[in-house]
Design a protein around this ligand. Sequence first.
Ligand code: KG4
Ligand code: ZN
Length: 291
Amino acid sequence: MVPEIASRRHLEVLNPLIDEAVQKSRLGWQDIGGVCVSYGPGLVGALLLGVAAAKTIAAVRRIPLLGVNHLHGHIYANFLEYPDLPMPALCLLVSGGHTALIVMHSHGVMELLGETRDDAAGECFDKSARILGLAYPGGPVIDSMAREGNPSAVHFPRALSEGSSLEFSFSGLKTAVMYFVRSGGLKEHSLSDVCASLQKAIVDVLVRKTVAAAKRTGISTVLMAGGVACNSYLRQAMKTAAEANGLELFRPSPVLCTDNAAMIACAAHHIFQQSRTGSPLTLDVCPGLAI
Ligand code: KG4
Ligand code: ZN
């Protein structure tokens, strides 16, 4: 992704997108009681455009503004479909930029248990796909190619999987894929087998650490969030692991796992219900915002 191009594209699409959203909602501007916006983490240019647009709407319409942490938004995608899910809940957040295990104690109160030391799981899917000559974003492509493949065909490394660490590391796996391709691995194995094996290497670690975190915290409600939570193999593996370990698993529909505005609105709704205070019009972007 080229940050400058992404920012320019945001500028082009933002106003038409807002118009289309208002039209499709069949609401008028007078029916809208507040505006929320993701203010981080993310690319600074894209965040600046969103925050400037939201502030403008809030100021002109004289309605509250509420800045939302993008990562909280991903977790709140669960509440769009399961509004009464029990808390505390343990969330596996797996996206293009983040891989983390988080405890949601109550609305807006999150605790980070562990995260990736380097690449995120989605980044590993995307970068490995590029090495394999597949299209971007690589996650969905690998997911569909892997359906025809044998997940035990190639052994890829599973970093930090021994011991009790709840941290992740995926950059070594990406490098292993690179060496595999350079040493002619694709002549010996079908692309489907490689995709299935790579996907299993990523998913094995995600599932194992989620179950370990559930055992360590004693929390039996488990949520999935982020674009990689669309992955069909991960969804099935999490279901099997939840059943085997007596966990109650919530999996938002794939359309709610990837970036979307509804999840940000859902987070804002719950957080505003609690605090009743919005953000000031001086709200700034925070590209490196933590959970
Ligand atoms: O949450 P998201 O839409 O954006 C971020 O906040 O990063 O996640 C995008 C990531 C990309 O890395 C993409 O390859 C991955 O989610 N992804 C998948 C699948 N669908 C999207 N990864 C694996 N399997 C999928 N089916
Ligand atoms: Zn996201």
